[in-house]
Design a protein. Structure first.
Lengths: 299, 399
């Protein structure tokens, strides 16, 4: 029982960051057809915002992180990415790679590569069936769950969400129906940036904050994206849950390095077997309001 | 079409240039003794940008203070020291290029620096081939990554020096069952290899050994495995941002056993919010050492680095002391030739240094600096309070 509780709590820790990053990667990939290699670095920015705001209340830090996320998203989408959509997959991919480098070097210049940290707003621990677990982590996991639930609610049950999904599903058709693709692109990129930044802000109290913090999050987030049917909004959530569960079980059975090797090997295997990602039976039900005949993987 | 016609002369010029360089290179290394009368030229290889920039800056801070002190006292062979500093960017191939440039073009007498093991390894080979003494200042494990070149002098603390008194102390204070945890790269493995020998010698037992990839930010599962092994204490070689994540998560998950090892380095303390207070660790240098030489050094350091209240890194202390040893060795020999420098370094010793009262010198069997080692207790405000001077400790690596 003790092991099961421990596994469950470790799963929560891993999933907290991964769900947000998976969803944000999924949004950008779905709407813009871009793999954003800087998504992990957005999380790093979020963690450094919390470090810069360490003297202020935690929620004030989160608020500033949201504002920084909006600013960063607007700057990158309007200032850079918008000019690259027509040039195909590769230039956009390289641009996001470059954004990541600039963000890391910027953080290095501003804060140095010496590790920093911030205190958790809740210092107490909760004992769950004999396992001591920091209360803050439970709160962070609950916050992520609420955030994702709200996002899915907006995406699947509001007219704005309908427009976003329409635009993701069939950009040309949607624009003919009067949905401005330009605005949708900006909106989705900004929302995804904010979610990425928030992932780092929420993780900040339990990690060492360094400019390279985001790199470790990127590969599992891609795995989550691919596992949850790319091109949907809810899919990456499921993908992130599966990847987190797989990670925790592998780590329990093997050393961390071996576990990571197995994790990425299964990732590669998945790409070979299902290059377009995995479609789960749950999907059609979730997608009911707007079905499309678009084939998986076509941009 | 026009472009292709341009390429031929450029390629030709490049090839010619390279040939010229290689000819110049061979002449330069052949005439290394030409500069035997001074001034002493030191080629500094410091990663001033990139992943380990703070260590690079700490290295050059120590060098600057030493040069100022030596020059004020009359210099080396009566002349001030000339420094040639190049940024390796923590990049092994750039470090190699820089070292080659310093040897061939600037004709330096000594190479001084590097931080990462994969920078120092190629530089050491190059220096040995060119017969130029090379001195490294940061801690390392020499027992298992042994390089025995006569031209390679090791100023950094060795794992053995740090662990040989720490492990018996921890076993005596906390118990026999030891858990080892580290990042998964060469240094922690070598560190734990040395630790295992010393744990067995002190009658202890390794109950678990865990490694996680560098860059791991989620340590819950590793901490769970450590807890399950019920250790009396933990030796951690988790470093950098990972060290902060590991120590903070262990603390918040209610992990009770005392943690020691390189994760307790003073540079990580400010990010830990005091959670390591009360822990014990061994160091060779701390700015708390109460010797007249160290007090003067700390004062000079604080004056030169105004506003910097962080503890003085051991690499700064090692870089500083290394140059004092080098200057004394050369002045005693009266020559800047490679053979004279090597002969001088073999014999040189200093007493009452910034490391404390002990007499420091290079161990003649492996060129590793022997100096006092201190058992310290971590206290609030990043004070590493000296509990005991374990005396001058020599590394047993055989060459």
């Amino acid at each position: 029982m003790h092991t099961v509780v421990l596994l469950g709590l470790n799963f929560l820790s891993t999933a907290t960051v991964l769900v947000l990053l998976g969803v944000s990667l999924g949004l950008i990939f779905g709407q813009l057809g871009i793999i954003n290699l800087a998504q992990g670095d957005f999380a790093m920015v979020g963690a450094f915002v919390m470090y810069a705001m360490r003297g202020a209340p935690f929620l004030a830090g989160i608020a500033v992180a949201v504002v920084v996320g909006i600013g960063l998203g607007l700057l990158l989408e309007i200032g850079l990415m918008r000019r690259l959509y027509d040039r195909g997959f590769m230039p956009a991919l390289l641009a996001t790679w470059g954004i990541g480098i600039v963000l890391r070097q910027g953080a290095d210049a501003l804060f140095s590569s010496t590790p920093h940290s911030v205190n958790a707003p809740i210092a107490s621990s909760t004992t769950i069936l004999g396992v001591v677990y920091p209360t803050y982590r439970l709160v962070a996991a609950a916050a992520v769950a609420a955030l994702v639930a709200a996002l899915l609610l907006v995406a699947y049950r509001s007219s704005l969400g309908l427009r976003v999904r329409a635009s993701i599903d069939n950009l040309e058709m949607a624009s003919l129906m009067g949905i401005s693709p330009k605005r949708m692109f900006t909106l989705v990129f900004v929302v995804a940036t904010v979610l990425g930044v928030l992932a780092g802000s929420l993780a900040a109290p339990f990690v060492g904050i360094t400019p390279t913090l985001g790199l470790g999050y990127l590969a599992p987030a891609f795995f989550a994206l691919l596992l949850g049917r790319p091109g949907t909004i809810g899919g990456p959530v499921l993908g992130a849950v599966l990847v987190s569960a797989l990670t925790v079980v592998l780590q329990q059975a093997f050393t961390d390095t071996v576990a990571q090797t197995f994790l990425f090997a299964s990732f590669v295997l998945l790409i070979v077997v299902r290059p377009g990602g995995v479609t789960w039976h749950l999907q059609p039900k979730l997608r009911r309001p707007l079905r499309s005949a678009r084939a998986v993987g076509s941009a | 079409m026009k472009r292709t016609t341009w390429r031929i002369p450029i390629a030709g010029a490049l090839a010619g240039g390279l040939m010229l360089l290689s000819i110049l290179g061979s002449t330069a290394s052949g005439s290394a003794t030409a500069a035997a009368s001074g001034p002493l030229k030191i080629g500094v290889l410091a990663p001033l940008t990139g992943a380990v920039a703070p260590e690079g800056a700490a290295l050059t801070a120590g060098i600057k203070l030493a040069v100022a002190k030596i020059d004020a006292a009359g210099g080396v062979l009566g002349k001030p020291i000339t420094l040639y500093t190049l940024d390796t960017q923590a990049n092994p191939s750039l470090a190699t290029q820089d070292a080659r440039k310093l040897i061939q073009q600037d004709q330096v007498n000594v190479l001084y620096g590097t931080i990462l093991g994969n920078e120092s390894a190629p530089v050491e080979k190059l220096a040995t081939a060119a017969k130029v003494p090379f001195m490294k200042q940061i801690l390392d494990d020499y027992l298992h990554s042994n390089t025995c070149s006569a031209y390679y002098y090791k100023l950094g603390e060795s794992d053995y020096q740090l662990l040989s008194s720490l492990i018996p102390f921890m076993i005596h204070k906390y118990g026999k069952n030891v858990a080892l945890v580290g990042d998964d790269y060469s240094f922690p493995h070598a560190y734990n290899q040395t630790a295992k020998t010393l744990i067995a010698r002190a009658g202890g037992k390794v109950v678990t050994e865990q490694y996680s990839p560098l860059g791991t930010s989620e340590w819950s599962s590793t901490i769970g495995k450590l807890s399950a092994a019920k250790p009396s204490w933990v030796l951690s070689s988790v470093v950098g941002g990972d060290a902060i994540a590991f120590l903070k998560q262990a603390h918040s998950l209610g992990f009770k056993p005392s943690i020691t090892g390189v994760s307790l380095n003073a540079e990580f303390y400010p990010a830990l919010g005091g959670i390591t207070n009360g822990s014990y660790v061994t160091v060779r240098y701390t700015d708390q050492i109460n010797s007249p030489a160290n007090k003067a050094f700390v004062k000079a350091y604080r004056a030169a680095n105004a506003g910097n209240t962080a503890p003085i890194a051991s690499v700064t202390a090692n870089a500083y002391t290394g140059l004092l040893l080098l200057a004394k060795a050369i002045n005693a020999q009266g020559s800047l030739s490679s053979s004279a420098i090597l002969a001088g370094l073999k014999k040189v010793s200093l007493s009452n240094t910034i490391y404390g009262p002990g007499t420091i010198s290079f161990n003649p069997s492996n060129n590793i600096l022997s100096a006092d080692i201190y058992l310290v207790k971590v206290e609030a405000g990043n004070v590493y309070k000296i509990v005991k001077n374990e005396g001058v400790t020599a590394d047993p690596t055989k060459c």
